[in-house]
Design a protein around this ligand. Structure first.
Ligand code: GUN
Length: 291
C-alpha cells in the first residue's frame, strides 16, 4: 500500500492520528501492567478462508499488537474447515489463562454459523464485543466490550468535542458489526437515531436530514453531495477493493465541500478500529488479572 498523504484539511478526520494517540496510551499502560503484574496481554486471532482483505486486516491487527507490546497468536484455517473445529479452538483459547482476547475475523464462510461462534467466545475475552451478552449489555446502556468500529466513531466525536445528544443521526447499513451497534451507542448518548438499509425506500430523503451520517454498506460511492446536509459530520465506514485500491461508500470529493467533518477511506475509521481493539485487549487482561 502506498503511504497516505498527510491530512492538512481541517474538515478531514485523521483516523491515523487519533489511532496513534490511542496506541501510545495503550503502549504505556501495557508497559506499566507488565511491570506491576508480570502479565503480558495477549490476543488470539482466528481467520477462516482466503478472503484477501480479511488476511490484510488480521495482519494489520498483529502489527498493531507488536507496536503496543501485546502478544498475538495467529490461527488460520482453510475455507472448508468445519464449525466444530473452530468451536474446539475457541474452547481451548477460553481456557488458556495467558490468552486475554479472542477475535474471529469476519466474514467467515457461510457453512459456519457466525452467531454460534460469537456466542462461544467467553464474554470476558470478547474484545470485539460480538458475544450476545456484551451486545445485550450495550443495548441496556452498560457498554463494556462493544464493537470496535462504532466505538472508534464515538471516540472521534469526543476528540472533536461533538456531543451526539439531540443530534439527528442517520446510520446507513444494519450489520451487527457496524450499523446496529453504532445506532445503539448513539442512542445511548441521546441522539435521535434512524437506521437505513438496502430496503429503505428513499435513502436520500433520510440521509439529507442527518447531522451525523454513518455509512457502512460496502457500496462504493453510494453517498453523493445531494444526499448530505450542509455542515454534516460524515463517517465513511465502507470498504470496497478495486484494482488494488480501497474505496469508501462516500463520494469523497463530491461530498467534501458540504461537510463540517468527514472520515476518509483509507485513513479514517480503519486505524481507529484497530487502536480500540488494542485498548480492549489490555482491558481484558486487566479484568482477568483481577480474578
Ligand atoms: N470484519 C470487518 N470488521 C470487523 C471487525 O471489527 N472485527 C472482526 N472480527 N471482523 C471484522
Amino acid at each position: 500500500m502506498e503511504p497516505l498523504p498527510e491530512v492538512t484539511d481541517p474538515r478531514v478526520i485523521d483516523g491515523r492520528k487519533i489511532a496513534q494517540g490511542i496506541e501510545a496510551k495503550v503502549k504505556k499502560e501495557v508497559e506499566e501492567f507488565i511491570k506491576e503484574r508480570g502479565i503480558k496481554p495477549a490476543l488470539a486471532t482466528i481467520l477462516v478462508g482466503e478472503h484477501p482483505p480479511s488476511k490484510l486486516y488480521v495482519k494489520l491487527k498483529h502489527w498493531a499488537c507488536k507496536r503496543v507490546g501485546i502478544i498475538s497468536e495467529d490461527h488460520k484455517f482453510p475455507q472448508e474447515t468445519k464449525q466444530e473445529e473452530i468451536i474446539r479452538l475457541i474452547d481451548t483459547l477460553n481456557s488458556r489463562k495467558e490468552i486475554h482476547g479472542i477475535l474471529v475475523q469476519l466474514p467467515i464462510p457461510k457453512h459456519i454459523d457466525e452467531r454460534d461462534v460469537m456466542t462461544r467466545i467467553a464474554p470476558e475475552k470478547d474484545v470485539d464485543g460480538f458475544n450476545p451478552l456484551n451486545m445485550g449489555k450495550m443495548f441496556i446502556g452498560r457498554e463494556g466490550f462493544v464493537p470496535c468500529t462504532p466505538k472508534g466513531i464515538i471516540r472521534a466525536l469526543e476528540e472533536f468535542n461533538i456531543d451526539p445528544q439531540g443530534k439527528e443521526v442517520v446510520v446507513v447499513g444494519h450489520s451487527n458489526v457496524v450499523g446496529k451497534p453504532a445506532a445503539v451507542m448513539l442512542l445511548n448518548r441521546n441522539a435521535t437515531v434512524k437506521v437505513c438499509h438496502v430496503f429503505t425506500k428513499d435513502l436520500k430523503s433520510n440521509t439529507k436530514e442527518a447531522d451525523i451520517l454513518i455509512v457502512a454498506t460496502g457500496v462504493r460511492g453510494l453517498i453523493k453531495a445531494d444526499m448530505v446536509k450542509d455542515g454534516a459530520i460524515v463517517f465513511d465506514v465502507g470498504i470496497t477493493w478495486q484494482d488494488e485500491r480501497v474505496y469508501g461508500d462516500v463520494d469523497f470529493d463530491d461530498v467534501l465541500p458540504k461537510v463540517k467533518l468527514i472520515s476518509p477511506v483509507p485513513g479514517g475509521v480503519g486505524p481507529m478500529t484497530i487502536a480500540i481493539l488494542m485498548e480492549h485487549t489490555l482491558l481484558a487482561a486487566k479484568i482477568q488479572a483481577q480474578k
